[in-house]
Design a protein around this ligand. Structure first.
Ligand code: BES
Ligand code: ZN
Length: 476
């Protein structure tokens, strides 16, 4: 209906002129841009694209269409003040080729760490944050909450007596609220960074902004990860940082200043994972991997691989799915914009996520009054940190996993697996979708990949004795 009405308007000269006058620059997902251009050819120009994003010059009508029809929530595009700004934004989001570089071989450390995650700790951190009443970026409560978190994180350090741990405040230009960063210095590759974060501020349509899920849950999840790592006297090769950002809710202000600063200083951030809303179980599955184009497929596949390896069987089982927020919906976007690999594992599918956020009702009581859901994210975060912050260079290939050998030739996956026979072999794509499942295979053989597109995949071998072995491969 809207489309029809508009095309009538746009053929009149007046309509065209006034639309032209109001047009503005923005970046949006490349797929959205193409869809929009086909639906409203006079309302939008595609100025330029990379493989993921486009710069568009669009009318308010087209923007509204994008907002209501292409995406599920949020504006659906990111406003840019000029063509140059917009082109610069998409030129920055270059993707890395660090494909296949991550490995899984820290079973003992990871299992000891995830066994120590305590949901009650996460719950009490959420209660403390909720009790400020608001953490809106320009309030005193927000400032106090950051100072108190600093004291809490410093308290964790004091108990260890270690000198390779530190906490620092980061002040910002765009908000009076500071961000907070906890650092574990890498002991052999300190210039390579593994970073996780969430946002400390909240927002609401009324004065009360408890922000228990958005995003006290993420800060509480990260705080529990820090406690566990210090408890096991964890000493990474790479530098590991935990960030609590200011002013996410008014436009990713804290994280964009920090990520821009890291990029300007040439800091080598290997991977970034965001925890924003971890404690409301709105969907059947547990962890939803965001597959927005600006996220890293490689990192997403690695998170999937970690969950296949550590959380498929045993005492820390949870499930995963995938979802999409369709725009730069949280701080991971700031890192992606600066050329870093970023991921955003989320509490539910976006459409079933916590409906109480940004209101006085975003309380722990609306998230089951417990933090059992968030605890799964703390485990995933620990798995991610321990497996990625090991080693001195990222470029180590998948040498550690010798129990299975694979190669791809003539669109077949060839495999050889010790002496054990295979109960199931599953091929999973970067959004966690299972494309192939074969049962009861011998320990050596091949499976046909002719029906599968080129790309990056995970092969999951489950042996008759219940072992799970994962291997990444590229089909080209
Ligand atoms: N936690 C939300 C993002 C979110 C909400 C993701 C619901 C998925 C489902 C975040 O704090 C937020 O509100 N972000 C803003 C965007 C930002 C650029 C101001 C939003 O989504 O409107
Ligand atoms: Zn949030």
């Amino acid at each position: 209906m809207k489309i029809k009405l508009f095309s009538i308007l746009s053929i009149s000269l007046f309509g065209q002129l006034s639309a032209q006058f109001d047009k503005f620059y923005a970046t949006t997902d490349a797929k959205n841009a193409i869809e929009l251009k086909s639906k409203m050819p006079n309302e939008v120009e595609i100025i330029g694209s990379n493989d993921k994003e486009s710069v568009v010059f669009l009318s308010p009508k087209a923007a509204e269409f994008l907002h209501h029809n292409v995406i599920t929530h949020g504006p659906g595009y990111i406003y840019k003040s000029s063509e140059q700004e917009a082109l610069l934004a998409i030129s920055k989001s270059k993707k890395s080729n660090k494909v296949l570089a991550f490995t899984i071989d820290q079973d003992a450390t990871v299992n000891s760490a995830i066994g120590k995650v305590n949901a009650d700790n996460i719950k009490s951190h959420i209660q403390v944050l909720e009790a400020y009443g608001t953490r809106r970026h320009n309030t005193n409560q927000a400032l106090t909450s950051v100072q108190d978190l600093k004291a809490k994180w410093e308290g964790l350090i004091a108990a260890t007596g270690r000198t390779d741990l530190s906490v620092r405040i980061v002040n910002h230009v765009g908000t009076p609220m500071p961000s907070l960063i906890f650092t574990i210095n890498g002991n052999s590759a300190p210039n390579e960074y593994i970073i996780v974060g969430g946002h400390m501020d909240s927002i609401s349509s009324s004065a009360a902004a408890p922000g228990a899920d958005d995003d006290a849950s993420g800060i509480a999840t990260v705080t529990e990860m820090i406690r566990v790592l210090l408890n096991i006297n964890y000493k990474p090769s790479k530098t590991v940082e935990f960030m609590a950002y200011a002013a996410e809710e008014i436009g990713l202000v804290g994280s964009s200043e920090i990520a821009e600063d890291y990029a300007a200083n040439g800091k080598n951030v290997i991977s970034y994972v965001q925890f924003d809303m971890t404690n409301y179980k709105g969907s059947n599955r547990d962890v939803y991997i965001s597959t927005d184009a600006y996220n890293s497929n490689n990192l997403n596949l690695f998170l999937i691989e970690l969950m296949e390896h550590y959380n498929k069987t045993g005492s820390h089982v949870f499930t995963y799915g995938n979802t999409i927020c369709n725009y730069g919906c949280s701080d991971h976007f700031s890192w992606a914009q600066n050329g870093y690999d970023a991921a955003f594992p989320f509490e539910a599918s976006f459409s079933q996520s916590n409906p109480y956020i940004h209101s006085a009702n975003d309380t722990l009581s609306r998230s089951n009054n417990s933090a059992t859901h968030a605890a799964k994210f703390a485990k995933l975060g620990l798995e991610f940190i321990i497996e990625t912050a090991k080693g001195s260079v990222l470029a180590t290939s998948e040498m550690s996993n010798q129990s299975v050998e694979i190669y791809v030739k003539n669109k077949s996956l060839n495999y050889k697996l010790g002496k054990e026979s295979i109960e199931t072999l599953t091929i999973i794509d970067t959004s966690g979708r299972q494309l192939v499942e074969s049962k009861d295979l011998l320990s050596i053989g091949k499976i046909d990949l002719n029906k599968i597109n080129t790309g990056l995949y995970l092969a999951v071998f489950k042996t008759k004795s219940g072992k799970v072995i994962t291997k990444k491969f590229i089909l080209d």
